[in-house]
Design a protein around this ligand. Structure first.
Ligand SMILES: [Zn+2]
Length: 67
C-alpha cells in the first residue's frame, strides 16, 4: 500500500534573479532542522540551498473585517 506523501510548498528568493520562487518538496526529503536542502530553482535552473520550513515572502496579514 502506498501512502500519499505530504507535499510542502514554500517560497524562496532566487539569488540570481531576485525573484520569489515557489518550490514544492515531499515531506520525506526534508533535511534535519536547521539544515538546507539543495533545490533546483525552476526560475534559473541552478541549485540553491533552501530551508523549506522557512517560507520567505510576503507575510499576508489577516484580513480585517471591513464593513
Ligand atoms: Zn534561481
Amino acid at each position: 500500500m502506498v501512502m500519499a506523501e505530504m507535499r510542502i510548498n514554500f517560497l524562496f528568493k532566487c539569488p540570481h534573479l531576485g525573484l520569489l520562487v515557489q518550490g514544492s518538496v515531499t515531506e520525506s526529503v526534508l533535511p534535519p532542522e536547521g539544515l538546507f536542502l539543495p533545490y533546483e530553482c525552476p526560475a534559473c535552473g541552478t541549485i540553491h540551498f533552501v530551508d523549506p520550513r522557512k517560507s520567505e515572502g510576503p507575510q499576508i496579514p489577516p484580513q480585517p473585517n471591513s464593513g
